[in-house]
Design a binder for this molecule. Sequence first.
Ligand SMILES: [Fe+2]
Ligand SMILES: [Fe+2]
Length: 320
Amino acid sequence: MSAQLAPNPYTSLYAKGSPERGLHALGLREKRFPLSTESRDSVTARMWSDAKNLTWDARKDIPYHTFDRSKYSQEQLDAARLCWSRRAWTEYTGIVESPSMCIRLCLEGDQPIETKFLLASKVFEEARHCEASFLLADAMGGYIQEPPPHDAIVKLVVAGFRDRLAFNPNVSAEAGIAAWHIISEGIAVDIFNIRYQWTDEPVTREVIRLINQDEVRHVELGWAFLEERAPHMTRAQLDEVELAVRDVIENVEMKGFHSIFMLEDDVDSIMIEAEAIAAKARLGFCPPEAEHKAFVQCIQNCRARFAKIGIRIPLYPQIE
Ligand SMILES: [Fe+2]
Ligand SMILES: [Fe+2]
């Protein structure tokens, strides 16, 4: 005699709304099996090993207490803590958005397992970048919880990669990763490199160094994934990557997402002035001309490397 199952009281709750819910309603489907675990390339395997070994604790490994406020004017400290608060908001965007790309790849069991592991660890890494940034802002006089009211920066700290790329079934995983990891994170890394060189305050330098140690891996992951996939892709699929890459260059990065000096001239933001002051004090930011040069160099390097796999980035005479 079979046992009678009691009716599930939650069924009506879950049955509400469209029969297609969650990611299915967006048009994304899960095909978990066969779940491949083979290591497909040595570069990604080495990166996964690095991600496990090059770990650091944003709270314990950085000597924030040695930051000497007496060396700076109140104006410099206020500017720097505002800019490092913005860094925390931007890194927080990484926590909110990054899991979506991990989910997107994990929906398909056949995607490279180490790429998925790296995307999983990336969420943890963005979290410690956020933590290091707000702890540094605290050391400079106090983390600020939100952008100044009505400041143009408000819409810039929300990138929208999740909806635009990862959870958009019309955008392939290759296109999403190329636009997000190679372009957006690539620009972040190159700008951080130039800021690191310019910065002379030891605690701030250490924060930048540790964050960039992780960020370099996020960019390499993008290239490794795309360059392994590209030889197997059709022209139409490469065109799709090209479109997504151009969208992020032209509508996210050239609009100031990572380099605030790219904000249009008529945009009202006190962040621009704050960053110029923090740059002059060498507290983790650098002069606009140096940052612009790093930005353009990054686009040019990407253009050359993309060209090798048949993806074209046009010239941008307005910035180059
Ligand atoms: Fe980050
Ligand atoms: Fe990152």
